[in-house]
Design a protein around this ligand. Structure first.
Ligand code: ADP
Ligand code: RBF
Ligand code: MG
Length: 168
């Protein structure tokens, strides 16, 4: 995938409300505008990388892009699980991510337990891979230090062209 690493940011919107949080794996969903801007060579599937909320700390993340075959969604989504325990929800805030590597395609599972086990494996793989020097380097990218905060009508920084961006 030529487009990796892929940098993007956008507002955190409400997702399918399936209670992923109750399963211990909340996923912050990006709006359609961000999903629609993905380059053609970023295929659906599971990715790992770095993420930060507003101008906060940078954490490891795993992301699922696609139609969630287990749930047979009709809408393509891009959902990020940040590998960190947050005290509060952050709907409406700007999530900045850099996708650095691909883990696997999306697939269906026989049970919810199997889906959760697969996601937990993805998290372990992400934690390991992100320790590689080439990946640790991206954590230091200026992209994160210049992240805009909460969207506001008076802040020119949060116009769509700047909240949605690609590092290439
Ligand atoms: P939804 O269906 O609205 O996406 P989820 O159950 O997936 O609901 O929960 C996602 C929300 O949980 C995020 O939008 C965010 O506000 C919050 N959240 C709390 N901790 C995390 C985390 N570690 N990673 C992602 N989102 C988190
Ligand atoms: N959904 C699927 O249907 N198939 C998958 O293979 C799949 N893999 C995922 C991997 C990760 C790392 C994450 C964060 C989500 C994944 N999902 C997948 C999406 C999942 O179904 C969604 O977040 C649910 O809302 C969890 O209950
Ligand atoms: Mg979600």
């Amino acid at each position: 995938m030529r487009s990796l690493p892929y940098f993007c940011r956008g507002e955190v919107v409400r997702g399918f409300g399936r209670g992923s949080k109750e399963l211990g794996i909340p996923t912050a969903n990006f709006p359609d505008s961000v999903v629609e801007h993905l380059p053609a060579d970023i295929s659906t599937g599971i990715y790992y990388g770095w993420a930060s909320v507003s101008n906060g700390d940078i954490y490891k993340m795993v992301m699922s892009i696609g139609w969630n075959p287990y749930y047979k969604n009709t809408k393509k989504s891009m959902e990020t699980h940040v590998i960190h325990k947050f005290k509060e929800d952050f709907y409406g805030q700007i999530l900045s991510v850099v996708m650095v590597g691909y883990i696997r395609p999306e697939r269906s599972f026989d049970s919810l337990e199997d889906l959760i086990a697969a996601i937990n494996n993805d998290i372990e793989e992400a934690k390991q891979k992100l320790e590689l020097p080439e990946h640790l380097k991206l954590r230091e990218d200026n992209f994160f230090t210049t992240a805009p905060g909460t969207p506001s009508t008076t802040n020119a920084n949060t116009t769509p062209t700047q909240t949605i961006m690609n590092g290439h």
